[in-house]
Design a protein around this ligand. Structure first.
Ligand code: CO
Length: 144
């Protein structure tokens, strides 16, 4: 069991924040905080448009829904704008998911799916993480 709990997590990769409009919300990050938007990308699998702001080793990810049935659209309807998820970077997403599963975590994604910035990602259900939607991700292309 101990061997299964080796530390595969490297850092907090990003904090995901749900917004109605990236164009509106990015003003605060750019003008209010002085950050620079380094990337805007649509992720079809999640039906979102994302905007990334890099700060040191981590990022802020703004998430705007691209369809009414997007998970982010449902989140906004229920909870309004705000922190949506925390993403941890792992060096082995498959094993990381297996460890979570074996330790009683409910997985939203049984298998990794393509995320923004060419990453592989998988979400853990907030019901089994103390209410925090948790993303695990693994970098595929360090150039991006
Ligand atoms: Co994310």
């Amino acid at each position: 069991m101990k061997a299964d709990r080796r530390k595969m997590l490297k850092k907090i990769d990003h904090i995901g924040i749900a917004v109605h409009s990236i164009d509106e919300a990015k003003k605060f990050y750019e003008e209010g905080l002085g950050l620079t938007c380094t990337r805007i990308e649509e992720v079809e699998s999640q039906k979102v448009r994302t905007a990334f702001f890099t700060l040191g080793e981590t990022h802020i990810e703004l998430l705007e829904p691209t369809a009414p049935d997007s998970p982010i659209a449902r989140f906004l309807e229920k909870r309004g704008e705000g922190i949506h998820h925390i993403a941890y970077q792992s060096d082995n997403l498959e094993k990381q998911l297996q460890q979570a599963r074996e330790n009683g975590c409910r997985l939203i994604n049984e298998q990794p799916v393509p995320g923004a910035v060419g990453k592989q990602v998988a979400f853990l259900h907030p019901k089994s993480t103390g209410g925090v939607l948790t993303e695990l991700c693994e970098i595929q292309n360090p150039e991006l």
